[in-house]
Ligand binder design. Structure first.
Ligand SMILES: Cc1ncc(COP(=O)(O)O)c(C=O)c1O
Length: 367
């Protein structure tokens, strides 16, 4: 078998969830499982968390159906609500909770007769300027929904932060001021905090928080804090050396000869490429662990392979373990946030970008 595997540590997932919960003891933390749990496998992650998390969140009905068909009975919030009015039938049947961000969704809900009233999270655009009602519209929509208790129940205000990853940020404070005023006016419970706000902004902790990427062990903060340093990596992308080349000084490696040996060099060919989701933008020098030691990506990433300078690891040979991010079997760690920096991207794209041909292997068992 090709030796590339994404190992998923479910104990680490639970550790990170407990951290999110313990940072905000007055709030409930729903676990964000959208985009196949950020590439980790939504059903496996839901099973691992179902006795801890009081609710899950996904982006769309299709993602909720996967969880329900897999036997998950925990409440599930549709973060973007419905995409067409006919989806309300399944929302009702599957007992889902839904966000509403647009007037057409509110009207569809008010024209639909559910078997049980649907828990509704009213999305307010407090500054992200993506989805949601403007703050000045929110009160009237809230009252419309409050006046329809056979359609909508358990109303919450929900909003998303544009800049919570930056500490000491005035824009975040502006969003907070707007939301606090609305919450007081409507006596509304709030659901605001994503991972950075869960980690760094206690003032944003509401009745509910919505941590996502931190559950998977990635630190979204611009500057790590004491809490974010306690996160544990969940995915370890591990492969092996499949060939070793001895290069003379001056010889290039791979497409375009981007990397050239500045001294006699040993180059490892590793079974992992952009066809697996490893980012082709990774520059020379991107760290890779070989036999638990930091080495440097050398040469452009190909579809199925990448190349690493292993000159300083003489014991490395065909079959040696290679960690693209996460933990080596010997315990050394290569943070996904660091790798993302070398690819000019964020951990979110690396994690959600791991393609289906990479088998996921789960460790740590379910609850
Ligand atoms: C509406 C909403 N809530 C919560 C999250 C979770 O954010 P994070 O992964 O930064 O915790 C996201 C992520 O994109 C989101 O779109």
């Amino acid at each position: 078998m090709r030796p590339l595997t994404a190992h998923v540590d479910l104990d680490a997932l639970r550790h990170n969830y407990r951290l999110a919960r313990d940072l905000a003891p007055q709030s409930q933390a729903l676990a964000v499982l959208k985009a196949d749990a950020y590439g980790h496998g939504a059903l496996a992650c839901a099973k691992a968390l179902e006795e801890l998390a009081p609710a899950f969140a996904v982006a769309c009905l299709e993602e909720a159906v996967v969880l329900r068909e897999g036997g998950i009975r925990t409440p599930i919030v549709l973060l973007e609500g419905i995409f067409t009015p006919d989806e309300l039938v399944l929302v009702d049947e599957l007992g889902l909770w839904m966000a509403v961000h647009s007037d057409w969704q509110v009207q569809a809900l008010l024209q639909f007769t559910p078997r049980r009233p649907i828990p509704v999270w009213l999305k307010v655009d407090s500054g992200m300027h993506r989805l949601g009602f403007r703050p000045e519209e929110a009160a009237s929509v809230w009252r419309q929904l409050s006046a329809a208790p056979t359609h909508a129940t358990n109303l919450h205000l929900m909003s998303h932060f544009a800049t919570a990853d930056r500490l000491d940020d005035a824009y975040f404070q502006r969003q907070m001021t707007c939301l606090d005023a609305l919450a007081v006016e409507l006596k509304a419970p709030l659901c605001l905090a994503n991972s950075p706000a869960t980690l760094a902004w206690p003032m944003a902790h509401g009745a509910w928080n919505r941590p996502g990427v931190m559950l998977y062990g990635s630190d979204p903060l611009e500057a790590p804090n004491a809490a974010s340093q306690r996160l544990a990596p969940v995915m370890s992308l591990r492969s092996e050396i499949i060939a070793v080349r001895e290069l003379a000084q001056g010889e290039p490696v791979g497409y375009g000869g981007r990397w050239r040996a500045s001294r006699p060099s040993r180059i490892a060919v590793v079974a992992c490429g952009y066809g697996d989701g490893y980012d082709r933008h990774a520059v020379d020098g991107t760290p890779v662990l070989v036999e638990g030691r930091r080495c440097a990506l050398s040469g452009k990433v190909s579809m199925d392979m990448l190349t690493v300078d292993i000159t300083q690891v003489p014991e490395a040979t065909i079959g040696s373990e290679v960690v693209l991010w996460g933990c080596a079997q010997s315990g050394e760690t290569l943070g996904i946030d660091e790798v993302a920096g070398y690819c000019d991207t964020i951990s979110y794209t690396l994690l959600t970008g791991v393609l289906p041909r990479v088998p996921r292997r789960y460790h740590g068992g379910f609850c």
